[in-house]
Write a protein that binds this ligand. Structure first.
Ligand SMILES: C[S@@+](CC[C@H](N)C(=O)[O-])C[C@H]1O[C@@H](n2cnc3c(N)ncnc32)[C@H](O)[C@@H]1O
Length: 240
């Protein structure tokens, strides 16, 4: 399965109301421990300078609004594959950012294509997105990001954790060093459920990123009402 197959699965999930917008309506709607940690590292590295930020696979865009509110002056790009969902981000930004909404642009379509058109980036953020990309596709993403980042630039990416509610609701299609890849019975999407973060850290370090400690967290009712989703996030800082 390529990232485009997975993205088509998400489009169907949105159309069929299979999930109520992922973070939407959960305690992780506006922020998570991972996003808070990312913003704190961003503040340390850039201290209010106006370098650009980009969120890939932004879904309904709440985390992009939180990023704009907490990164003073820089331009933010919110990318989302599904055009209808992407259109909703513009409306959300107008509603919640007032004058600062001009600091946010929405780019519908594929994340890699969006990155290829991006300018300099202080932060690349993708929450709960790259676990349905293959290692080669992540390599392409990290290469595109690295070529646009100054020293101190950040990559903040999160993945499904091994204990996530969706892991047992599908069939294992591959065992990898980072964990099993499971094809969901519900939405047909293949996801990596991370049991070992080291291979994912190595993927980032190949592009010059030093990863601090991984951040794990859980969110109730994210995909399945009454069940927890588990995530693990990595924040990589580009070396000098
Ligand atoms: C699990 S949802 C997470 C949404 C959001 N980041 C959040 O935390 O609520 C994954 C999102 O990535 C989007 N997506 C999937 N493949 C993509 C791609 N190749 N490029 C851009 N977005 C993609 C999906 O449409 C979906 O909105």
């Amino acid at each position: 399965m390529t990232r485009h197959d997975a993205a088509a699965g998400f489009q169907q999930a949105y159309r069929g109301n299979l999930y109520d917008g992922f973070s939407h309506g959960t305690p992780g709607q506006w922020t998570t421990p991972f996003l808070e940690a990312t913003l704190a590292v961003h503040q340390e590295q850039f201290q209010g300078s106006s370098v650009g930020t980009l969120e890939g696979g932004a879904g309904r865009g709440y985390h992009s609004v939180t990023i704009v509110r907490n990164t003073h002056g820089g331009h933010h790009t919110a990318n989302e594959y599904d055009p209808a969902t992407a259109a909703g981000i513009t409306a959300l930004a107008k509603q919640h950012l007032n004058d600062d909404s001009s600091r946010l642009s929405v780019v519908p379509g594929d994340l890699v294509m969006c990155l290829q058109d991006a300018g300099d980036l202080g932060l690349f953020y993708a929450n709960s997105v790259l676990h349905f990309f293959s290692p080669d596709e992540r390599d392409e993403v990290y290469g595109e990001v690295a070529s646009r980042q100054p020293a101190g630039g950040l990559v903040a990416v999160s993945f499904k954790g091994y204990d996530d509610a969706l892991r047992t609701r599908g069939q294992v299609v591959e065992q990898t060093a980072a964990g099993p890849i499971v094809r969901s019975h519900d939405d047909g999407i293949e996801r990596l459920f991370v049991s070992q973060v080291d291979p994912l850290i190595t993927e980032l370090s190949r592009h010059g990123y030093a990863v601090q400690r991984p951040i794990a967290w859980a969110i109730p009712d994210y995909n399945m009402p009454g069940e927890d989703s588990h995530f693990v996030g990595l924040i990589g800082v580009r070396g000098h």
